[in-house]
Each structure stands twice: as structure tokens, then as C-alpha cells.
Design a protein around this ligand. Structure first.
Ligand SMILES: Nc1ncnc2c1ncn2[C@@H]1O[C@H](COP(=O)(O)OP(=O)(O)OP(=O)(O)O)[C@@H](O)[C@H]1O
Ligand SMILES: [Mg+2]
Length: 327
């Protein structure tokens, strides 16, 4: 038996009870051919879950189909293929994505964005296991496992008349709901560790930074956490990553949640991010001192450099290093 928290070969990281439950569900239903509907906010790992499901028992190909991207008249032929000269500019016959997925899995990403006319055609694939390439008179048999994902609430979409109810019921045979990251905070350190490891370099987080990352709500979920770390690593050759390296959204959040301490800092004429401990890292002091001077002197860099007692070049370097910008 695998210890809790150990990932699948596909990289489905997480040790929270909800993720452990989902992981075992994915392993259990992986070998079947039933349709699976994956729901979850943006960035919660719907595609990662779909691939894990497929990898639990990989047969045939895994073909991702981005329902939001295939728009316009070419969409139908993308999906179902077309015969030679089926329409102006069609040229040679082309196999569609569904045919490529034959014997395997088609992953309909953002299924909520699939236009009405294609919803009907997909329903037919699910019901009758066949489709007709554009320009062809003959129907083609397919055996495809359908995994669909959406960040939308499909019940609401059905009620609003934007999504076909019959298709919804066909897709919603087994449902996997991925929880937002803020509801499974115990996975945050694990994910951070994974993303830092993936960089191939050695990074260490300061205590404040690690606390801020664990406290933040991550509205963009795992994708936002990954982007945040990627960004910090891109600007920093390491090994130490600081609170000051955080994107503004996270910093503002931390400031907001530590208001009393902030008020104290403000009344002292400061604008320091609320200190987590009485120790204020020097780089943070420096960052705030420079930002304050810049704002106070309306970003007159020459004057700021003189008043701070540093060279202009140093000032420019530090503005870049601390990613300071005019508000
Ligand atoms: N459990 C996980 N373990 C490790 N990395 C993950 C996990 N879940 C998601 N990720 C990473 O987070 C990012 C977002 O994942 P994914 O694209 O699967 O999310 P999504 O729900 O499809 O997001 P969107 O709605 O933005 O398309 C990817 O970089 C992915 O590698
Ligand atoms: Mg996605």
C-alpha cells in the first residue's frame, strides 16, 4: 500500500483527506469506460485529475479537446474530421480528434463552452457510439471514453438553457469534484515543495514567506500558487526566497489580515507589511525605505538617490530587484 500523500506517477500531489479520497476514486474508476465529469474552480487540477484517471489504466490515446478554443465553422471538422474537399479549403481528408481517441480517452476540457450544435453531436456519440465526419454520408463507429471538465456549475448552465440537460445527464455518470486549495491547506506545503523541487535548484523560504503562502486564499488555486513560485524563482537565483519577493496580491492580503499590527506600523509613520515577528529582515526595511522615498519625492530618482545616500545605479538596480513601481 502506498503511504498517504505519495503521488501517482502522473504527479497528483496532495495528502489531505479529500485528495486522498479523490485519488482512490480515480484509481478505482480508471479502468472503466464510463463517462466522468470533473468539476472544480479554475486551477484546482482538473486536467491533472483527468490524466491521472487515464493513467490509472492507460488504453489507447489520451486526446485533450479544448472546447473553448475550437470555435467557428472549423470546429465540427476538428472534432469529427472531414472527407476530401468536404468544404472550400478542406483539401485532403482529415481525421478528427474523436477518431484519434478511438479505443482511448477523449478529454473535453471546459465542456461548458461547447456550442449548442456540437452538444447535440456529442450526445449522439455518447448514445450511439457513432458520428459522421463532415462531408461524409457514412457514420463511423467509435469506442471512446469521455472525460469532461468544467469550472462552471453545469446544473446552473442547464437551468439557464445554455447546456443540454440530456447531455448533462449522460456526462454526469461519475462525478469528481476538486476542492479549492483554501479548503485543503495541508496540501500547500507539499505543493510548494514539489514546485521548488521541479526547478532543479535549491530554494529555502523564509518563515514569513512560508507563513504568507500558507495563509493566502489562492483564488486561482494550484495554478496561482505555481505561477507565484515560478515568478519568484525567475526573479531570484536563490537560495533564499523572501516575503518581499511576493506578488502584490498576496502581500495585500497578508496586510489586510494583520490589520492591528499594520495600524501600529501606520501610526508610527510606517508602511511596513505587518511583521510576523519583532524581527524585521533588512531587505524588507530597505525595500520599504526606497519605496517611501520614491513616492515622497514623486519618483525623482536623482533626488531619491541623493537623499538615501546611494548611487543612482544602485537605486535603479534596487528598483528592479524589488520590483518597485509607481502606484
Ligand atoms: N494535485 C496536483 N499536484 C501537482 N500539481 C498540480 C496538481 N493539481 C494541479 N497542479 C498544477 O496546477 C496547474 C493547474 O492544473 P490544471 O491545469 O490541471 O487545473 P485546471 O483545473 O484544469 O485549471 P483551469 O481551470 O485553469 O484550466 C498545473 O500547472 C498543474 O500541473
Ligand atoms: Mg484546465
Amino acid at each position: 500500500m502506498k503511504p498517504a500523500g505519495e503521488e501517482l506517477p502522473t504527479g497528483f500531489v496532495g495528502r489531505s483527506p479529500r485528495i486522498a479520497q479523490i485519488r482512490s476514486l480515480l484509481n478505482k474508476i480508471g479502468p472503466g469506460r464510463m463517462p466522468v465529469l470533473i468539476q472544480g474552480e479554475s486551477g484546482t487540477g482538473k486536467e491533472v485529475a483527468a490524466r491521472s484517471l487515464y493513467n490509472a489504466s492507460p488504453v489507447g490515446a489520451f486526446v485533450p479537446i479544448d472546447c473553448g478554443a475550437v470555435v467557428g465553422p472549423l470546429m465540427e471538422s476538428e472534432l469529427f474530421g472531414h472527407t476530401r474537399n468536404a468544404f472550400t479549403g478542406a483539401g485532403e481528408a482529415k481525421r478528427g480528434l474523436l477518431e484519434l481517441a478511438n479505443g482511448g480517452t477523449a478529454f473535453f476540457d471546459e465542456i461548458g463552452d461547447l456550442p449548442g450544435e456540437l452538444q447535440v453531436k456529442l450526445l449522439r456519440v455518447l448514445q450511439e457510439k457513432e458520428f459522421r465526419p463532415v462531408g461524409s454520408l457514412q457514420r463511423m463507429k467509435v469506442d471512446v471514453r469521455i472525460i469532461a471538465a468544467t469550472h462552471r456549475n453545469l446544473e446552473k448552465e442547464v437551468k439557464a438553457g445554455r447546456f443540454r440537460e440530456d447531455l448533462y445527464h449522460r456526462l454526469n455518470v461519475i462525478r469528481v469534484t476538486l476542492p479549492p486549495l483554501r479548503d485543503r491547506r495541508e496540501d500547500i506545503p507539499l505543493l510548494i515543495e514539489r514546485f521548488l523541487q521541479n526547478s532543479g535548484k535549491r530554494y529555502i523560504l523564509t518563515h514569513e514567506l512560508s507563513q504568507a503562502l500558507n495563509d493566502y486564499d489562492w483564488p486561482g488555486n494550484i495554478r496561482e500558487l505555481k505561477n507565484c513560485l515560478d515568478r519568484m524563482m525567475a526573479f531570484n537565483s536563490g537560495p533564499l526566497l523572501h516575503f518581499a519577493d511576493l506578488p502584490t496580491a498576496v502581500v495585500n492580503h497578508v496586510r489586510g489580515t494583520r490589520e492591528p499590527e499594520m495600524a501600529m506600523a501606520a501610526s508610527a509613520g510606517g508602511e511596513f507589511p505587518a511583521p510576523v515577528s519583532p524581527i524585521m529582515p533588512l531587505h524588507l526595511v530597505e525595500r520599504v525605505a526606497i519605496k517611501r522615498a520614491l513616492d515622497h519625492l514623486k519618483w525623482d530618482r536623482t533626488e531619491v538617490a541623493i537623499r538615501l545616500g546611494i548611487g543612482r545605479t544602485t537605486l535603479y538596480r534596487k528598483i528592479k530587484e524589488y520590483e518597485l513601481a509607481q502606484d
